[in-house]
Design a protein around this ligand. Structure first.
Ligand SMILES: [Zn+2]
Length: 863
């Protein structure tokens, strides 16, 4: 959903070698099964047949039902259902043609809405499959024949901008379910805040991004452009634009823009301007705009130029505590005094979703972690910070927990737990041992989010089930659930509980506002009337503090709570008109079979070599679980007038990764023959066999990313079939050994930072011949990163050492970075030190002809 693979574009342009030696991230312990239909091969972990079946049924509907299909024959695709990820995501890619679904949804429902996450993901991602088929016409189809999927992807990328692809998929989410991001106010909140604060941006800035403003991504601005054309031009306009563009009817340059002009009369910049003008008109006349102006008097946080974000406030005495991050700083907990003075409490590591829980001097949140070898096995663990003792503790290990909330006696933490069963549970965890003492599921069996303590005997939680959400309470002693609000299609998020009052964010009036619910009387009151939206509420005395989104990030505001009137929650007026694709599902069964993890090798792309001295062809292949992948190349060496080849294949199904390299070659060379006093051409055959074993380990925890990558390789050169009597003495078969080790420890950095401001990295390699001609070389390279004077500056100190005996018979190729002006002289060893100071200068953010975009000017001072 978030990412879309276009790596094949680079195949056409660059043809980098070993581009595809991807390393599988699927744990080798997973027992895979699969089901097949004419449209999809779904590969899933054993036990998840029901989920796979439902995905398969929706895809059948999106091929066979005239209301939902694209009137095309869509190629059968491999789809991998991943159940061990904590990040809600998915993608469809070509080169290889494949889709992956990450099955764990987010706590905040703005992404999935109240639709089942896998239903929504299927509708969104399969729309990307429709798009691929829709572009496989004309020149793009020809490219797919000539260059395989690489050619298809490359021309598709130029014919269909990423913003169109995502907006079109979001259009499907919204039109085929009762949810979808098109109905979600939070999805558009950032854009709305920028426009209402008078910030307008050029199309090139929207495309290229910004260091000065938190611009909405291509999903959001794409949505505004897409829906504008949908509303204002005849039905089917977009289809015609894409068809023209994919056929390249108007040549290679500005192809999409010209196609758009032929159908709508406006180029892409024109449509952008009209769409944003219309959107601005629409939101400017919105009745709540006055409140935006009024409420600025109640802001608790500082007004700064750098985009800064305050989230999840809590009030303790006269201090406010909140989660803070900015374009200059990674997230941390902060204390804000009445005078807006800020004090840093503790840093927060990387996580799958922003969240902070608090009760009685204890903060709770989650941090992301991954298995060192298997990238697709990752975790979300609970951390606690005690304000009194100023200590930070990791409570759980290797778990998938979300939204933790400590109780008032600090004995238990309530949280949401996910596992490979995909059934969400509410768990009660001992605050000292991390052991789960109790596990429950939602009353309606739905997806649970944001459990919160009411008192030590009772919690509330939100459940999403069957396109609807409601708030429930649960008594620990008698195990009774009670429904507190009516279930409906509106989104409910981020509750806070105090004195049997639940305050929360909900979309009841079409924007995100804050409501309060009395748990005993069930009376609901509306507390805010913000134009953009109000989020993450908390109570402070007789008032309420919440977050709003601004053009400079997000701030915290305060409002009295006593002036509110009763509010009746009503279902969306036009709810009955919703089309719901899942209502038309005909549940058909499949025949599940065990799946061989090494199966489905795809030769997905082929491309001519671009090296004129070596004309030939390169083939790229990979299997469905990407644990076998590689390239094969055959070419004619013009200089030697001989055919040569190279095959590289990687196996990454097991813990160590093996890469085999086989390169057969006819060789020709010249040798000086003293008798005749002239050079003579001679030929021979050569076979290179290489095998490299490596164990790529990567840890991500807190703010640090650590890498440990040892490797050992053996290369054997075998020479045979000498066609001349004469053979030079050096021309012997020989074996060489290579050892490598990369270690790094790098801190993540904020958007405006020049680069990481804390880290170390070292690379060591040693190569030697085992027999045959003598040769050996040692190379060491390392860097240390330190903070500079200002927050965005950084210092990098580097060193390099190289040693190879000048008198060695065999010289290894060398990539030592000589100091500028220096060259590879007859050294036995060389060393280099560097010191550089990096800082951003300014952010021009100017695009030229939609080809180049200058986002940042920066400089480095070298010593
Ligand atoms: Zn997408």
């Amino acid at each position: 959903m978030e990412k879309y693979h276009f790596r094949y574009l680079f195949v056409i342009i660059l043809l980098p070698k070993f581009l595809f030696s991807q390393i599988s991230g699927h744990p080798s312990s997973i027992k895979w099964h699969h089901i097949e239909s004419p449209y999809v091969n779904i590969i899933y972990p054993q036990g998840r047949y029901e989920e796979a079946k439902r995905i398969g049924n929706i895809i059948t509907l999106m091929n066979e039902n005239g209301q939902y299909n694209n009137q095309q024959k869509n190629r059968k695709i491999d789809l991998i259902l991943q159940t061990r990820q904590v990040i809600a995501n998915g993608y469809v890619g070509i080169g290889p043609y494949r889709s992956e679904f990450y099955a764990t949804p987010q706590q905040n429902s703005y992404l999935s809405t109240n639709t089942d996450w896998l239903d929504l993901l299927t509708i969104h991602e399969y729309k990307h499959v429709h798009q691929l088929s829709d572009t496989r016409v004309g020149l793009t189809k020809l490219a797919s024949y000539l260059l395989g999927q690489g050619g298809w992807a490359g021309l598709k990328f130029l014919a269909m901008p990423d913003w169109y692809a995502e907006a079109n998929a979001i259009h499907s989410e919204t039109n085929l379910t009762s949810g979808g991001r098109g109905r979600t106010p939070q999805f558009l909140a950032r854009q709305k805040a920028l426009l209402l604060d008078g910030k307008k941006f050029r199309y090139s800035q929207m495309r290229g991004g910004s260091f000065r403003y938190d611009l909405p991504d291509h999903y959001v601005f794409g949505h505004i452009l897409y829906e504008f054309v949908e509303r204002n031009y005849p039905e089917g306009t977009w289809g015609k634009v894409i068809d023209r563009a994919a056929r390249y009817k108007h040549g290679p340059f500005y192809n999409f823009s010209t196609s758009l002009k032929k159908e709508t009369g406006s180029r892409v910049r024109g449509i952008y301007k009209k769409a944003f003008d219309e959107y601005f008109q629409k939101i400017s006349t919105y009745e709540k705009l006055e409140n935006r102006v009024q409420n600025t008097e109640n802001v608790l946080t500082k007004n700064v130029r750098t985009p800064t974000f305050y989230d999840y406030p809590f009030s303790i005495g006269d201090q406010m505590y909140a989660l803070k991050s900015s374009f200059k700083e990674t997230p941390y907990i902060i204390a804000i005094g009445p005078d807006k003075k800020e004090k840093r409490i503790t840093s927060i590591g990387l996580n799958s979703e922003e969240y902070l829980g608090y009760r009685d001097q204890v903060f709770a949140w989650c941090e992301y972690e991954r298995d060192p070898r298997w990238a697709f096995e990752n975790y979300s663990n609970i951390y606690l910070y005690d304000l009194k003792s100023k200590t930070k503790n990791q409570l759980t290990k290797k778990g998938k927990y979300f939204s933790p909330d400590p109780n008032s006696s600090n004995q238990l933490v309530v949280a949401v737990k996910m596992d490979t069963s995909l059934q969400s549970k509410i768990v009660f965890i001992n605050s000292n041992s991390g052991v789960i003492s109790k596990e429950i599921i939602a009353y309606d069996n739905g997806f649970v989010s944001y459990p919160k303590w009411v008192n030590d005997e009772e919690i509330i939680y939100i459940s999403r089930q069957n396109k609807e959400a409601a708030i429930y309470s649960y008594h620990i002693a008698d195990g009774k659930h009670e429904q507190l609000t009516s279930a409906n299609s509106h989104l409910i998020n981020q509750p806070f509980v105090q004195d049997r009052k639940v305050i929360f964010t909900a979309t009841f009036d079409g924007t995100d506002q804050i409501y309060s619910l009395d748990m005993d009387t069930k009376r609901v009151e509306k507390l805010t009337n913000e134009s953009v939206g109000a989020y993450v509420p908390t109570i402070k005395g007789d008032s309420m503090v919440y977050q709003t989104i601004t053009s400079r990030g997000s701030d915290l505001r305060i409002l009295p709570t006593n002036k509110s009137e009763e509010f009746t929650i009503e279902e969306r007026a036009n709810r009955n008109e919703d089309v719901n694709i899942v209502d038309d599902l005909k549940p058909s069964e499949y025949a599940p079979k065990p799946y061989n993890r090494l199966g489905r090798l795809q030769l997905h792309s082929y491309a001519p070599s671009q090296d004129l001295a070596r004309p030939g062809i390169q083939l790229y292949f990979e299997n469905a679980l990407s644990n076998i992948g590689g390239t094969a190349e055959i070419y004619y060496n013009v200089n030697e007038e001989a055919i040569q080849g190279n095959t590289s294949i990687s196996f990454s199904s097991a813990y160590p990764v093996f890469t085999l390299n086989i390169a057969p070659a006819q060789r020709a060379s010249l040798a000086f023959v003293p008798d005749s006093n002239q050079f003579k051409r001679y030929t021979f055959n050569e076979m290179n066999y290489g095998v490299v074993t490596s164990v790529p380990l990567r840890w991500i925890s807190g703010n640090m990313s650590k890498l440990f990558l040892p490797s050992i390789g053996i290369n054997y050169k075998y020479i045979y079939n000498n066609q001349e009597m004469f053979t030079p003495k050096e021309l012997n078969s020989f074996t060489n050994l290579s050892l490598g080790l990369s270690i790094s420890n790098l801190r993540r950095f904020a958007r405006q930072n020049y680069g990481t401001r804390w880290g170390q990295e070292i690379n060591a390699s040693y190569r030697r011949s085992l027999y045959g001609p003598n040769g050996n070389v040692l190379q060491l390279r390392g860097n240390v990163y330190l903070p500079g004077l200002l927050k965005n500056h950084r210092i990098k100190m580097g060193g390099e050492y190289y040693q190879e005996n000048f008198l060695n018979t065999y010289k290894f190729s060398n990539n030592f970075q000589y100091v500028r002006g220096g060259t590879a002289f007859a050294f036995n060893s060389a060393r280099r030190f560097s010191f550089d100071y990096g800082l951003p200068l300014f952010y021009p953010e100017i695009g030229i002809l939609d080809i180049t975009y200058f986002k940042r000017s920066k400089t480095e001072y070298l010593w």
